[in-house]
Design a protein around this ligand. Structure first.
Ligand SMILES: Nc1ncnc2c1ncn2[C@@H]1O[C@H](COP(=O)(O)OP(=O)(O)OP(=O)(O)O)[C@@H](O)[C@H]1O
Ligand SMILES: [Mg+2]
Length: 307
C-alpha cells in the first residue's frame, strides 16, 4: 500500500556569519507497509517519527526540504496528491492535541472527518455516535468544545476522528499517550482490528511494549535513520535483534530492569555516519565516515557495518 524509498528531510538553518546550511532530520529512509499489516515505527524523542507522518501528508514545516520517492497504492505521491488524499485515503491520528479545532464542538469535527472520507452526510452523525461509544465516550461529549475535554478524552477524539472514515492508510502518531493501560489497550485493539479488516496501519510510538502488542513488523528509528527492521516476534530477549541500538532500546525497558541506560533523546550524526556511534561498543572509524547500507539478515534488515 505504501512504499518509501530513500526519503530524506532537511531543515535550512543559519550558522554564525549567516552561512546557510541544511541539517538532515531524516536520511535515506526506506519503508513499506501493506494492507492488513501494522508496522510500528519506534524510536526515542527527536528520531524523526512525526516528520515521517507529516511528510506523507504534505504538511511539513515551510523550512523543510524533502527528497525521495513516496508511492501509495502503486502511484507516486506528488504534493498535489497528498493534499487530495489527506483525510480521505490517508488519515492521521496526530501527536498533538492542537490539531483539534478549538472553535468547533468535537461531534461536528468527527462528523466532518467522516464526510470528508466518504461517509454520507445522513450517516455521519450516527457514525459519530458509534465512534464515541467505541472509545467509551458518552454522547454528551459530542457537544463539548476541545477545551472542555481531559487529555485522555481529547486523545480518543483524535483517534475517533482519524478512524471513522474510509481511509485505507492510518498514520497513528503516539495514539496511546496520556491513556491509562486499559484504554490504551482498547485503542491498540481497534487499530489492530482496522488492519485485520484490510487497512494498513503505521503505528508511531516510543512505547515499544505497546507497539509489540499489535505490530507485525517493527522499524527502529535512530537519528532519522532506520537502523533495523524486524519481526515483532524478534523482540523477545533471545538475541535476535540485529542492531546495537535496537538491543539498547530493548534493554532499557522497565520490565528488563533498566539493564542499560540510553541518551535522553535520539542520537544524531553530524558526520553522515551511524547515529549510534558514540554509544556503541562496536564502533570503529568506518562507522563515523559513512552510513552503512541496508543488509538483509534473518528475515529482517539492518544498517550496521558490523552486523
Ligand atoms: N520546523 C523545524 N525546524 C527545524 N527542525 C525541526 C523542525 N521540526 C522538527 N525538527 C527536528 O526534526 C527532528 C525530528 O522531529 P520529530 O518531531 O519527527 O521527532 P519525533 O521522533 O516525533 O519525537 P517525539 O517522540 O518527541 O515526538 C528533531 O530533531 C526536531 O528538532
Ligand atoms: Mg513525534
Amino acid at each position: 500500500m505504501l512504499d518509501i524509498k530513500s526519503l530524506s528531510i532537511g531543515f535550512s538553518s543559519y550558522s554564525f556569519g549567516l552561512k546557510k546550511h541544511t541539517v538532515l532530520a531524516i536520511r535515506s529512509l526506506d519503508l513499506s507497509v501493506s494492507k492488513k499489516e501494522v508496522l510500528a515505527v519506534v524510536g526515542q524523542s527527536g528520531a524523526g517519527k512525526s516528520l515521517l507522518a507529516h511528510a506523507l501528508l504534505g504538511i511539513l514545516p515551510r523550512n523543510a526540504s524533502l527528497s525521495g520517492d513516496l508511492t501509495f497504492k502503486g502511484k507516486k505521491l506528488t504534493p498535489k496528491d497528498m493534499a487530495l488524499l489527506r483525510g480521505r485515503e490517508i488519515a492521521l491520528i496526530p501527536q498533538s492535541m492542537t490539531y483539534l479545532n478549538p472553535l468547533l464542538k468535537v461531534g461536528v469535527q468527527i462528523a466532518r472527518a467522516a464526510e470528508l472520507s466518504g461517509v454520507s452526510p445522513k450517516a455521519s452523525w450516527k457514525a459519530t455516535l458509534e465512534a464515541l461509544r467505541r472509545y467509551r465516550l458518552e454522547e454528551k461529549i459530542a457537544r463539548r468544545f476541545p477545551f472542555q475535554l481531559s487529555g485522555g478524552m481529547a486523545r480518543r477524539i483524535l483517534t475517533a476522528t482519524a478512524t471513522i472514515g474510509k481511509a485505507d492508510l492510518i498514520l497513528a502518531d503516539e495514539p496511546t499517550n496520556g491513556l491509562d493501560q486499559a484504554t490504551a489497550g482498547e485503542t491498540l485493539g481497534h487499530l489492530r482490528g482496522l488492519a485485520d479488516a484490510g487497512k494498513a496501519v503505521l503505528l508511531i510510538t516510543h512505547d515499544i511494549e505497546a507497539a509489540l502488542s499489535i505490530a507485525d513488523r517493527v522499524t527502529v528509528f535512530c537519528g532519522g535513520v532506520t537502523v533495523e527492521e524486524a519481526r515483532a516476534s524478534d523482540f523477545n530477549g533471545s538475541g535476535k535483534l540485529r542492531h546495537p541500538y535496537s538491543r539498547a532500546l530493548w534493554d532499557a525497558l522497565p520490565g528488563r530492569g533498566f539493564v542499560k541506560s540510553l541518551p535522553a533523546r535520539s542520537p544524531i550524526s553530524s558526520s553522515g555516519g551511524c547515529p549510534f556511534i558514540f554509544f556503541c561498543e562496536k564502533s570503529t572509524p568506518l562507522c563515523e565516515g559513512s552510513l552503512p547500507g541496508i543488509k538483509n539478515l534473518n528475515q529482517g534488515c539492518v544498517r550496521c557495518h558490523h552486523a
